[in-house]
Design a protein around this ligand. Structure first.
Ligand code: ATP
Ligand code: MG
Length: 112
């Protein structure tokens, strides 16, 4: 199993969710975040400490998928979230050690 952590532009959330549903992904976590990438992380020094002053709102998606589906999910997110302009986001893929559906006790891929 893989955990896909992706940031997307907020207005892209619905399109990305629909596309992921279309390839069989049945659940995801969605969080409103602020972050910065290569351009927008302006920082300034104030009393010796460095502060970020320009965080941009993004949506963070966390999606647990079978390893077999991971590449297709990444490709789907990238294709639907891309505008070609700066700030289209990032996609990270991590290994999942264990998963459980709390209601039934099902584990790992049965829990997805
Ligand atoms: N190295 C990183 N680690 C964790 N999160 C990151 C990292 N870089 C970017 N992000 C997250 O991704 C969001 C979008 O970043 P962004 O798309 O601007 O990245 P970028 O590298 O600047 O690419 P681009 O050149 O397309 O703007 C950030 O707001 C932040 O939430
Ligand atoms: Mg950027």
């Amino acid at each position: 199993m893989k955990l896909i952590v992706a940031t997307v532009k907020p207005f892209k959330l619905e399109e990305v969710r629909e596309a992921l549903t279309g390839i069989g992904i049945r659940g995801m976590m969605v969080t409103e975040i602020k972050g910065f990438g290569a351009q927008s992380g302006h920082t300034e020094i104030y009393r010796g400490a460095e502060y970020a002053v320009n965080f941009v709102p993004k949506i963070k998606l966390e999606i647990a998928v079978s390893a077999a589906l991971a590449d297709q999910a990444v490709e789907t997110i990238a294709r639907t979230a891309r505008t070609g302009k700066i700030g289209d986001g990032k996609i990270f893929v991590l290994d999942i050690e264990q998963a459980m559906r709390v209601r039934t006790g099902e584990t790992n891929e049965d829990a997805l």
